[in-house]
Design a protein around this ligand. Sequence first.
Ligand SMILES: *Cc1c(COP(=O)(O)O)cnc(C)c1O
Length: 388
Amino acid sequence: MTDPRFYMKTKDLNRIEIDRSAILSNIANLARLTGPRVKIAPAVKANGYGHGLPEMVSILKSAKVQYLSLHSTAEAEIARASGWSGKIILVGGIAPEDIDAVIRLDLEPTVFEVKTLEKLGRLCRKSKATAKVHLKLETGTHRQGLTENELDRAAKLLARYPEIIVAGVSSHFANIEDTTDHSYARSQLQHFKKLVAHLRQLGVKPRLRHTACSAAVLLFPDTYFDLVRPGISVYGYWPSRETYVSYKLKGGKNKILKTALAFYSRITQIKTVPADSFIGYGCTYRTSGKSKIAVLPVGYSDGLDRRLSNLGYVLINGRRAPIRGRICMNLTMVDVTDIRGVRPGDTAVIIGREGNEEITADTHADWCQTINYEILSRLSPTIPRYIV
Ligand SMILES: *Cc1c(COP(=O)(O)O)cnc(C)c1O
């Protein structure tokens, strides 16, 4: 990763850098696990898990990836405008008003309600178009999915509307990353196989079967089928500690994932504050001695979680600068009393490495008692992203 100090010269107060080689190395390592016959459809929903969708499109165009997994037609518009000409699976489903965009942008929506097949079929017929869909099957997550007793009606509608092509059939695991006990995931997998067999009996023969998120790709070859949909691992993060432990217990190799995102801010002001002074809203912090406080132009609206108030730290000159007082909408105060040579314009590492110190989205997730997914996906899209 580029030395953060380099960016003192640029005008951005806050910036996010994406390490292209880390993403490409993660994709290559995931592909090594799945083998060459399995297609990879990286999940780049939520602005590429905060990494920037246009940036991820630019990076993934140079990987051997034929598909992207996105949530919505709005995201697909951005992916197409950013130059993605490959296939797109919409995992989030579609509303009737999205169907025009599905046809225009050549998207492959996930369908998990019988009535969607009917609407899509009628619209395709009217506009003399065809649409590829992925049928999502209910195997135990109870979020989206056709249940076994809906398959009959789905098959009848598909027979009535040859305009709808079943490109794939999918499901999603409920707790594969939450535990080292994978019995529920295994039961979901069995159920998936049974439903796919049932569909075949009804004359529906999807080309692609897919179930695997990152944890499944990292742990269970049985879940790969024809295509996998890894998200968090593409960005170099483990889905959970449990997944990492399970992977190590299976004898998995070290260092197959590399984090790719760094988030930098810059000091805009440094001030000396007397002992016994309050810092910030709510007077939640009071200096115990004369303190040197640096102000950063970054806050919770940028995705720096307010729960880090009086708890987290940033890195300045490779040293920890604790956050003092409450994080504001656009400003954060940090203590640099014991860090020498700090000047306005210096870089503060919010997420990233400096010297022997590293702050990751996992560090933030531990501080906030949430998951790395939430930390990454809530990084504000307004922060400029740079591929390095
Ligand atoms: C987001 C998503 C994934 C990716 O999950 P990760 O845990 O990030 O790998 C896979 N499948 C579906 C349906 C998703 O919504």
